[in-house]
Write a protein that binds this ligand. Structure first.
Ligand code: NI
Length: 232
C-alpha cells in the first residue's frame, strides 16, 4: 500500500524547518549509503547526530504521533529518527531497495525497515525533477507532493529519485518497523479501521456515506477470507 498523507506540517512549520535547514551544514549523502548504493547516490544530507537534525526529527515524530491516519496506516513499533536531505545541481538517487535492517546510531537498537516515508519540504514549483519513482505490485508511481505532505510505502519497493535539474529539493525521510510486518495484513487492518472511523463519524446522519463504509467492510471481509481460506 502506498499512502499520501496530506499536511503533516503547516505552511508555517514547513517554512521554519526549511529556513533552519538552509542555514545548516550539509554533508555528502554517500557517507551513509551502503556499499552498493554509494554509486547510485548523489545528494546532500544533514549529519544525523547534529543538534538540529535531532531537534527537528523529534519535533516531527511528536507531530506524527498525533496523526491518527499515520498511526493507523503504519502501526509503528519502532521508528528510525528522521533524517534530512537535499537534492540540487543534478543530484539523484538511482534505483535501489532500502537496507532491511538499520541500527539507530549510538544505540544497540536495530530496526527492521517495513515502511519508508518521505516528507516533502520544498514546494513542487521551486524545483525541476526530483520525483520519487516507486515500483511495486501496484504499478509505477511518480510522486512529487506539496510541501508538508508525506508519502508512506513498503520498504520492499524498488525506488529512485530522478535528477533535480533546477532549484533544491529538501525532504525528511525515515523508516519504521511496524507491529504488523505483513503489508497485506496491515493494509486490511487499515481499511477496517478507516471504515470503523467513517461509520463512527457519520452515525445515521448520512445514509450515502454509511453505504460506502458498509461496502468497504464487505471488501475487508473478502480480503480476510482470501488470505485465510483454502479450497483444497
Ligand atoms: Ni531509498
Amino acid at each position: 500500500m502506498l499512502l499520501h498523507l496530506k499536511q503533516i506540517l503547516s505552511p508555517v512549520q514547513v517554512r521554519e524547518i526549511r529556513t533552519a535547514l538552509q542555514a545548516s551544514d550539509w554533508q555528502d549523502g554517500k557517507l551513509t549509503a551502503g556499499h552498493a548504493a554509494r554509486q547510485q547516490k548523489s545528494n546532500l544530507q544533514l549529519d544525523e547526530r547534529s543538534p538540529l537534525a535531532v531537534e527537528l526529527g523529534n519535533a516531527l515524530l511528536q507531530i506524527l504521533g498525533g496523526r491518527e491516519d499515520f498511526m493507523a496506516a503504519a502501526l509503528p513499533a519502532k521508528i528510525y529518527p528522521p533524517m534530512f536531505n537535499c537534492y540540487c545541481d543534478g543530484g539523484e538517487f538511482g534505483y535501489h531497495i532500502d537496507n532491511a535492517i538499520r541500527q539507530v546510531p549510538g544505540t544497540p537498537v536495530k530496526i527492521r525497515t517495513d515502511l519508508s516515508m518521505t516528507l516533502f519540504l520544498s514546494k513542487p514549483q521551486d524545483y525541476e525533477g526530483g520525483e520519487l519513482v516507486i515500483e511495486d505490485t501496484f504499478g509505477t508511481q511518480c510522486i512529487k507532493l506539496a510541501a508538508g505532505d508525506m508519502v508512506l510505502y513498503p520498504s520492499s519497493s524498488l525506488h529512485r529519485v530522478t535528477p533535480v535539474t533546477k532549484g533544491q529539493r529538501i525532504s525528511a525521510f525515515f523508516w519504521l518497523q511496524s507491529l504488523v510486518r505483513d503489508n497485506e495484513q496491515r493494509r486490511t487492518l487499515y481499511q477496517l479501521d478507516q471504515s470503523i472511523q467513517g461509520l463512527r463519524r457519520n452515525r445515521i446522519e448520512d445514509a450515502q456515506a454509511d453505504a460506502e463504509h458498509i461496502e468497504r467492510l464487505i471488501g475487508v471481509y473478502h480480503n480476510l477470507l482470501r488470505q485465510w481460506s483454502q479450497t483444497n
